[in-house]
Design a protein around this ligand. Structure first.
Ligand code: ATP
Ligand code: LTN
Length: 337
């Protein structure tokens, strides 16, 4: 792995190991992460510390973390080009997280919509970590002096928060943090549930018919698309308001084939939804097949995965500890010799 090319900007993003990635995670995030690898220095990590804010069986959490790491590689993130690591393997995150906690105000954390949503979803586990989640995330980003952070719309408030905390720190203790910007790839698609196309497809959805897991096989994918909710007028036309189901399938098809909405409408003019769903399902199955095969291969080579994780952890620690040391100095922590 080459060290940083100084002239390239830094991209950083993370994904929680809360389940197998969905087609939404893939088309909305990970697929474009792959495409960014040539033009940027890319750092991608599995946000296992963030996942502690949700109760998951410990054995399952470990499995899902390993799986998520393998999934990133299977989706085309190349460890020769990008830095890929598990968040908790780099201790700087926890340390910087605490410094960021102490720069965050109760009022601003109280306004975070993710905190409000997740507290409603899990009323029996409104833990302090869920509340300070954005501070840990700010630390993740600032440690690496990231220029751009590709995230979905649900995370833009956290990014704004990161910029606010960084500005406050720089103002109080002196300029050390670069202010990151959001990165919204042109091709990034927002994929909706196949059963309720007005809500987003999500890893944690309990209805398996609503989501496509990127490890689903062809038969399962075709079956799920066959039962996807559409409407009764049998016209393939992009109209999110009146035809959310069909528009969602068009978004998916467009994200995979690169075809425009007009081209897709033309392709299916005079044909029924049956043909349309079959074609979209087949395109998805063809796209995901090599990922599934690569994933199986990687999961069978534990030594390779462990070695890649170790390499990633070492390099991440090397980069992040430089910023962490600066921050510790600035806030007045006595550095050990
Ligand atoms: P959970 O169900 O655990 O909340 P999630 O499926 O919503 O998880 P995250 O781990 O929060 O996924 O998000 C990982 C990345 O995938 C983020 O950048 C997020 O914006 C993106 N993403 C998640 N769901 C979708 C979707 N349906 N369409 C497009 N992008 C998505
Ligand atoms: N909160 C993000 C995951 C995440 C992240 C980050 C993304 C944790 N730390 C730093 C970008 C940068 C999520 O739930 N998608």
């Amino acid at each position: 792995m080459s060290e940083e090319s100084a002239e390239k900007k830094i991209i950083l993003s993370g994904i929680q190991p809360t389940g197998v990635f969905t087609l939404g995670n893939y088309l909305g995030a990970v697929k474009s992460w792959k495409d960014l690898q040539e033009a940027y220095n890319c750092y991608y990590f599995i946000a296992d510390l963030h996942s502690l804010t949700i109760h998951i069986d410990p054995v399952k959490r470990r499995q899902q973390t390993r799986q998520a790491f393998a999934l990133l590689l299977a989706c085309g993130i190349d460890t020769e080009k990008s830095l890929v690591f598990v968040q908790s393997h780099n201790k700087c995150h926890a340390e910087m997280g605490w410094i960021m906690d102490c720069c965050s105000q109760f009022g601003e954390l109280s306004r975070m919509t993710q905190f409000k949503d997740k507290s409603q979803k899990h009323p029996d586990n409104i833990n302090a970590g869920l509340f300070t989640y954005p501070a840990l995330m700010a630390g993740d980003i600032l440690l690496y002096q990231a220029d751009y952070v590709p995230v979905g719309a649900d995370q833009t408030q956290h990014l704004e928060f990161t910029r606010d905390v960084a500005t406050r720190f720089n103002h109080t203790y002196g300029e050390i943090f670069k202010l990151p910007e959001g990165y919204f790839p042109k091709a990034g698609a927002r994929v909706m549930s196949l059963q309720d196309p007005t809500s987003k497809m999500s890893k944690s959805d309990t209805n398996p018919k609503a989501t496509i897991s990127i490890l689903d096989d062809e038969k399962t994918i075709l079956r799920k698309f066959k039962s996807a909710v559409t409407d009764s007028d049998a016209e393939v036309r992009y109209d999110v308001e009146n035809k959310p189901g069909v528009s969602n399938l068009m978004t998916i098809y467009s994200a995979i084939t690169g075809k425009t909405m007009d081209e897709i409408t033309g392709e299916f003019r005079g044909k029924g939804y049956g043909d349309f769903k079959q074609t979209v399902g087949q395109a998805v199955a063809d796209e995901l097949k090599p990922i599934r095969e690569k994933f199986d291969e990687l999961m069978n080579d534990r030594a390779f995965l462990d070695a890649e994780m170790k390499k990633g952890a070492e390099r991440a620690t090397r980069i992040a500890s430089k910023t962490l040391t600066k921050a510790k100095k600035r806030v007045g922590l006595l550095l050990e010799n």
